[in-house]
Design a protein around this ligand. Sequence first.
Ligand code: TYD
Ligand code: MG
Length: 453
Amino acid sequence: VAKVKTSFFCQNCGAQYPKWIGQCTSCKQWNTIVEEVIQKEEKPAWKSSATPTSKRAGSPIRLSEITQEKELRLDTQDMEFNRVLGGGLVPGSLTLLGGEPGIGKSTLLLQIALKLPYKTLYVSGEESQKQIKMRADRILPSSENCFILTETKTQNIFQQITSLEPDLVIIDSIQTLHTDYVDSGAGSISQIRECTAELIKFAKETHTPVILVGHITKDGNIAGPKILEHMVDTVLQFEGDRNYVYRILRSLKNRFGSTAELGIYEMQGSGLREVNNPSEVLISKNDENLSGTAIAATVEGMRPLLIEIQALVSSAVYGTPQRSATGFNAKRLNMLLAVLEKRAGFKLGAKDVFLNITGGISVDDPAIDLAVMASILSSNSDIPIEKGVCFAAEVGLAGEIRPVQRVDQRILEAEKLGFSTIYVSKNNKIGLKNPNIQVQLVSKIEDVVSHLF
Ligand code: TYD
Ligand code: MG
């Protein structure tokens, strides 16, 4: 009788221990160590058919002797997805897509599978074929290249892959997979690790790109060991507020491109629509001038983006004034309020301040500071900010207006969208020659106040 071999894993970080302990010594979490059976046999699920042909296989090779072929990329037919990947899927790469439940991961990947002119295998361990069909009907009624498999055992999946020979494999989700060579339940650390390792082996040997869906935990990390993120080539995160229609796709790690890129989608009744010109949708088209709103020219990833900030300042009803911010760091809001109080003499200490970035997106670009301040001042005095005015500057603790990165790009975007004035720091080096927009240089918060109100 084979002896059952077990080991202890931290469910939070994936660290392995020979015996149970109360606190994980690597991530310091309590009660996360769980015993898992790791009865590993020699046979891997993806059996490599390739035997080393040349004598050189496996031996070191001079860097200069490695032939550089033109990097091939699989065009996903989705501009936003391609952009975030850095130009499409790299053959043989593993991409992990994480996100909260219900945010639209399955929708996004099914949509890509339906539109692709290549043979795609969509493996689902979460939904039935009927459910997937219903979803597909909402997005695109017919597709000849998309194959659906509802299966969770990797051995069976690889069997189907061998006969179908797809150009792209999508696994929804990695937490539902299990392999025979590990005995613990699906979703456990050792299962996730082993299944991912099998998929990597398959991807690298057949040059087939694989996309995995990964669940995230309450605190926003991808469930499972951190090593899952180390193992794959690219980690994407799909985020947004479920009550709003906009979704943002970011890359947290990318071995083949920049992690600064960003994709924006709008969830519609018929799937996700690519938002190629985000500034236009994120600014409300109000004819009336309302007090308390200001437009900020931010840069998210590599893309300039104009967003609308709304503030409401009112007398506090209760003793302690409330401060709340949606889409903006609350600590930063408190800091800006303190600067207004101390440096510009506004008495906001007894006021409730609510701040909201429209569209349900969150921004951490410091260049929106000035717009945040302007919206607060506008609401406080109940004087609307003139139409066609936008802001791109950081505010320092002394009330000084600080320069921001890529100011030219921001000015150009504001100009493109028909803005007439943009406020930037006096210390910003502007390379643009004669932009068709007035660039208002300011150095102190008082300058802005005297210009605006
Ligand atoms: P889903 O893609 O299943 O999310 P995940 O896989 O990340 O858990 O869910 C997407 C949500 O979007 C779901 O609540 C239904 C909704 N939806 C639309 O609004 N329009 C659509 O065309 C589809 C397919 C889904
Ligand atoms: Mg899903």
